[in-house]
Write a protein that binds this ligand. Structure first.
Ligand SMILES: [Zn+2]
Length: 98
């Protein structure tokens, strides 16, 4: 669900985050009180209410996935780095034994 914040174009007033109709109501009320005769203007900001909470979780999960991939890549690199020297002595031993 989207939330709307209306910022006054005449002063630094901002409405709290709310619904579009509620924000417009506050904005009109503010203009009629503080800026009578001026048609309501300014900036309307929107944000997703649901994402502010789960968005952080999603970002965290994304970070965890990246960390996991990094660990996976690191362990894969180490695995190949380890297996290469580990195999080499075996080959040498086999050649020596022959
Ligand atoms: Zn104002």
């Amino acid at each position: 669900m989207s939330q709307f914040q209306y910022a006054c174009g005449e002063c630094g007033f901002r409405t709290p985050w709310s619904t579009e109709s509620q924000g417009a109501e506050w904005q009109e009320a503010h203009y009629s009180q503080r800026h009578p005769g001026i048609p309501p203007g300014g900036i309307v900001r929107t944000r997703e209410q649901g994402r502010s909470g789960s968005g952080g979780g999603g970002g965290c999960l994304g970070l965890v996935v990246v960390l996991f991939l990094l660990l996976l890549a690191a362990s894969t690199c180490r695995g190949t780095a380890r297996s290469a020297p580990a195999q080499a002595p075996v080959a040498i031993v086999w050649e020596v034994g022959r």
